[in-house]
Design a protein around this ligand. Sequence first.
Ligand code: SF4
Length: 250
Amino acid sequence: MTRSMADWLRVDHSAFCPGCGHGVLMGSLIRACEDLGLDRQQLVFVSGIGCAAWIPSPNIKADTLHTLHGRAVAYATGVKVANPKLTTIVVSGDGDLSSIGGNHLIHAARRDLDLTVICANNQIYGMTGGQTASTTPVGALSATDPKGNRYRPFDLCALVRAAGARYAARWPVSQPRPLTESIKRAIRTPGFSFVEAISPCPTQFGRRNNVEDLGQLYQQMTDLCVPASRADKLSEDERNRVFVIGEFHD
Ligand code: SF4
């Protein structure tokens, strides 16, 4: 079955700011669904609140549930319980999934629910005004930390793996091919799977951290990516300051 990308889109333009990484993630997600030949009648996207929550709803032409802040995984759990045959994919941001909804995330991984959770990690609360999230790097400026965040960020892949996720992967949106392949692999994985896309937010993160040039923002992200094969050589402090990229599974 072949369908064009356009067949998956409900709208002819997105609401994302210029340079936002979420549009690339949306492309990877659609390409993965297309490549897998997923039956849209058996597919449900669930999102919470925030810019990333707009990736499936209203953009993707499929059944979409746009739910409460932090509760996307809880709603997805209900979908799966009601009809286990549905392919259920959660798409939301780091603030929504791991700050407000962190408990739902770790318990879904612990229960090994058959969900794929895709996190667009822009390291800040984007749509709600640029507040510090549980993923904001040490020292980064935000609306709630104008002198710099003091707390170390979550390593989301390590968090869900420790809680029981069968598969986790992290890629920047500047590497859309491995990102797409990981989304496909996650959807094919029975049980709980997780894909984290590092997705720059020029409007809230870039501007507040004096990186207004888009090229510089994307270069900064690229420079911070370290392949998992080299991560063992990093100290804990160094690991907290970079993105360890790759696949994490047994
Ligand atoms: S506020 Fe940030 S995350 Fe939201 S659409 Fe704009 S650039 Fe993207």
